[in-house]
Design a protein around this ligand. Structure first.
Ligand code: FES
Ligand SMILES: [Fe+2]
Length: 464
């Protein structure tokens, strides 16, 4: 699929609007750091990470008023399936109705306010309040009351469950607690829909789903995934497959959201060394294993009489891996037509404000969200790690992961890079709790962090 791009007023790309391009090209040809730096405040006050007062204001200005990920559509595939989503002490039910439509309701009975569902998930034909047995259908209408003869005048029409805004994007259910919420599509913007379409993320299977309380503010998590500046210290293994050259970073900004890319390259290598480097990739990116057999075949076609690889102009290990990935996925039945060659190898890093971070490339994605801890302590959050893969139908059931709630800190073995981040984040929070540190200072490479905080300031009503 290709799309003809028309520029929105907030877009910062430089693409000729008459050219038909794949949406992924918008990012690769987007502006770089030098074009964008200077637009954002780089000194960020620290009270937003540690202050109870800031957290209380943030709760109202951001969390009670913004669209946020509440689950996946495939968690509630059938009529009557429901799940609970909570933010702070606010609890909501997300329900698939008899008509297949997904709706959201406040998780409280309209009689005397009792919590309707205490479990996290279930399937039912009706919600029956355990206190006095009022019952509601899947569309939220009050259907039955116990001992109706004693109830007196009661307009059932006026006592249905309170609706809350829910909608979906790329297979995710989003929810907004605000009764006056703008539509999700307006909040996300057309760029989000056009950029995501070719990945078929709505058709991917959840292969990892872990939630855990972490001793840091939710924004420490969002910040950390938006910069590569900490790679050399925290993830030294990644240096083998990532060039730390911020001048190659490209950005697509719209609204409060963004996609950034740091092209994937094995650094400073002869063709043979590069191929060796690519063979090591599965240590960091396990799914590359599936593309290596075809990569080996493609590379061998360029082996000379001297036993060395000699690529013609325009061919590199990177382009061969892209070709191998495209061909292998096509053989598996995955539609790669709308994806660029770069999207075969390069992870795009998404941030949908406020807390949806995603890294995505052909046939796989990892989404990391963090929300404030329900106890309201700004020094704690809940992070939620979800990975997705596109798989042929016959493998999906076997690979689908059940959700894991980690109760004992440190007991869950995250994959290496994530484990390193998990251990790092509380250390930053501990430092930020020192009262004498009043602001942090971002470097150019942390542009996306600066932009995120500018968006936060806007939502908090604090213009820079
Ligand atoms: S509070 Fe639910 S039926 Fe009374
Ligand atoms: Fe990291």
């Amino acid at each position: 699929m290709t799309v003809t791009h028309t520029t929105g007023t907030e877009s910062t790309d430089t693409i000729d609007t008459n050219v038909t391009v794949r949406a992924g090209d918008w990012v690769d040809t987007g502006p770089g750091l030098d074009d964008l730096i200077g637009n954002y405040r780089m000194q960020i006050p620290t009270d937003r990470y540690v202050s109870a007062d800031y957290a209380a204001r943030e709760r109202e200005a951001v969390w009670m008023r913004t669209w946020q990920v509440a689950g996946r559509l495939d968690e509630i595939p059938d009529s009557g399936d429901w799940k609970q989503y909570s933010i702070y002490d606010q609890s909501f039910l997300i329900v698939r109705g008899r008509d297949g439509v997904v709706r959201g309701f406040v998780n409280a009975c309209r009689h005397r306010g009792n919590v309707l569902c205490r479990d996290n998930t279930g399937n039912t034909a009706r919600f029956v309040c355990p206190y006095h047995l009022w019952s509601y259908d899947l569309e939220g209408s009050l259907r039955g009351v116990a001992r109706p003869d004693l109830v007196g005048d009661l307009d059932k029409e006026q006592h249905g469950l309170l609706a809350v805004a829910v909608d979906s994007f790329a297979g995710f259910v989003f929810l907004n607690p605000d009764p006056d919420a703008v539509p999700l599509a307006e909040f996300l913007g057309t760029d989000a829909y056009e950029l995501i379409e070719a990945y078929h993320l709505d058709d991917m299977v959840t292969v990892l789903d872990v939630r855990e309380a972490v001793d840091c503010n939710w924004k420490i998590v969002v910040d950390a995934f938006q910069e590569g500046y900490h790679i050399q210290a925290i993830h030294p293994e990644l240096l083998k497959v990532i060039v730390l050259d911020p001048t190659t970073n490209r950005f697509r900004f719209w609204g409060d959201h963004e996609v950034a890319v740091a092209p994937f390259v094995v650094p400073n290598a002869t063709p043979d060394d590069e191929l060796d480097g690519l063979r090591q990739l599965p240590n960091t990116f396990p799914t590359v294993t599936g593309y290596l057999p075809r990569l080996e075949e493609l590379a061998e076609q360029h082996r000379g009489d001297d036993g060395q690889l000699h690529y013609p102009d325009g061919v590199t290990g990177r382009t061969l891996l892209q070709q191998a990935t495209r061909e292998t996925l096509t053989d598996m039945g995955f539609d790669v037509d709308g994806l660029t060659d770069a999207q075969m190898t390069d992870n795009h890093g998404w941030l949908l404000f406020p807390n949806f971070f995603m890294t995505i490339r052909a046939a796989e994605a990892t989404v990391i969200t963090s929300i404030p801890h329900p106890d309201g302590d700004p020094n704690r959050c809940i992070w939620h790690i979800r990975s997705f893969m596109w798989l042929p139908e016959e493998y999906r059931a076997d690979f689908r992961a059940a959700p894991i709630e980690v109760d004992e800190p440190g007991s869950y073995p995250y994959f290496l890079a994530l484990q390193q981040d998990y251990e790092q984040m509380p250390r930053q929070q501990r430092g930020l709790r020192n009262r004498r540190i009043e602001h942090i200072s971002l470097v150019h490479e942390e542009l996306s962090v600066a932009r995120f905080h500018a968006s936060l300031d806007r939502h908090m009503g604090e213009q820079r």
